[in-house]
Design a protein around this ligand. Sequence first.
Ligand code: PEP
Ligand code: MN
Length: 338
Amino acid sequence: MIIVMNADSTQVDVDRVLHRVEQQGLIGLPIDHEARRVVEVQGVNGKFDRVGLEADPMVDQVVDSAGPMLAADRKPGDATFEVPLGEHATIGAQKLAIIAGPCCVESKTQLLEIAAAAKEAGAVALRGGAFKPRTSPYSFQGHGEQGLEWLALAREKTGLAIVTEVMRCEHVDLVARYADVLQIGSRNMHHTHLLAAAGAQSKPVLLKRGWSATLDEFLQAAEYVMLEGNRNVILCERGIRTHETYVRNTLALSVVPHVKQVSRLPIIVDPSHGTGRADLVSPMSNAAIACGADGLLVEIQRSDTRAWTDAAQSLDPAEFNTLIAALRPFAAAAKRTV
Ligand code: PEP
Ligand code: MN
């Protein structure tokens, strides 16, 4: 049982509620987040006086479990939150947000070349990992702060917003100094301390779904960010791990229309990690936009060199241009613009 306190409740109100809970022979555990105060009640039995607690003027609601509680809860008629992507773009409004760039930042030249191509094709943000989560500790781990500096340079030259991953709590401030959007990757979706640290700073957060996370776990992870006061969360479906082997991941597009029913957070789709195959990226991008996604996260590489990481799923600039052209009628059908 969770007792949700009013937004303007004080410690005195929480103490009164705790006292009432204890009078019933139960244990109340106060849980304080920047944006919401709750009391979790342990040991609830059939005699729990719910009505009495609901009558307290400082109690907002009493719910059976924390599962359905969402800071971005959507009611009929509610619009999707519009989240800024740097100074010139947003995500969640009518215009789709196309975020494109290399899997990892390899060099200044590579990044600037890809950034220019992404911009020309119509992207509004540049992605690229300076800190890379790699399966093997012997693989390239990213250029770190040097990569962030090149990303900032690419923003200066193109005006594109910068989306880049943060993997450690102690790097949140560093990454937030350079990036416009902090990405939290699939492997870290369950890292609640990192989620809270990203929620305690002011830049928007792009949260990728854990590859074995249920949709509820995904939405609850977003909740960790929002409860620290940062409402600017962008969800990203990037595929889940199944028994299939013809693709790297199974792109679970049905979460998109479902999220549109339950949450006001914008949701984008990453068809690159979602398939692992360059030939499937464009058709799955079309499908993502057709089912209501607010944007795409696409990996691109140079035309003359294979990317250091995730080359098999990366498009070259010409292929990316073709993807955007093919997307237009699907965007129009979904009443969106590219
Ligand atoms: C990425 O987008 O660079 C990435 C590592 O993706 P994911 O966290 O979805 O695996
Ligand atoms: Mn990648």
